[in-house]
Write a protein that binds this ligand. Structure first.
Ligand code: PNS
Length: 161
């Protein structure tokens, strides 16, 4: 069976160069990439889902095979809904591993048809996370090395209003 569709799920609160690295490299390997903004019950959101979607769309507008969605249920149900059997996640460091193992094992239990593929984040971005970028932005530091310009502007607006 050929794999043409892959889902890149996450909170994307907000999207960073780390996410974009994984999205661009995946878009080179799969015919269709479906980015899905989902709820992570252990995180409280900074940006609304609509704001996150707008920031993602602007960040991936150069990629013709990438579509952006939001979904309020289980990730495996979203995969079912669009007929995707592959999830892609980025792995930054060993510290990500335990969390990712739990996520993937649960998804596998919920739907054994869906496989999760992991890609190592490029080393330039391996220390970047949305939460660290927000923390830095909250102290009015320059975040333009970590997120695209339009995301940096949105962060400034959110924290320095
Ligand atoms: O970017 P994140 O916060 O690490 O992404 C986590 C996310 C949103 C992919 C995960 O929390 C998720 O899949 N949420 C939807 C609900 C779900 O399917 N939970 C079952 C797996 S534990």
């Amino acid at each position: 069976m050929t794999n043409t569709k892959a889902v890149i799920p996450g909170s994307f609160d907000p999207i960073t160069y780390g996410h974009i690295d994984i999205i661009e490299r995946s878009a080179d390997r799969f015919e269709e990439i479906h980015i899905c903004v989902l709820k992570n019950s252990s995180k409280s959101g900074t940006f609304t889902v609509d704001e996150r979607i707008e920031l993602i769309k602007e960040s991936v507008k150069h990629l013709t095979n990438v579509v952006v969605h939001q979904f309020s249920g289980l990730l495996v149900d979203f995969c079912d809904e669009i007929g995707a059997k592959t999830i892609i996640r980025g792995l930054r460091a060993v510290s990500d591993f335990e969390y990712e193992l739990r996520l993937t094992s649960m998804n596998k239990k919920l739907n054994s048809d869906v496989e999760t593929f992991y890609m190592m984040t490029s080393t330039n971005y391996s220390f970047i996370s949305s939460s660290v970028v927000k923390e830095v932005a909250a102290y009015k530091a320059n975040v333009s090395d970590f997120v695209p310009e339009h995301v940096a502007k949105a962060l400034n607006k959110k924290f320095n209003k």
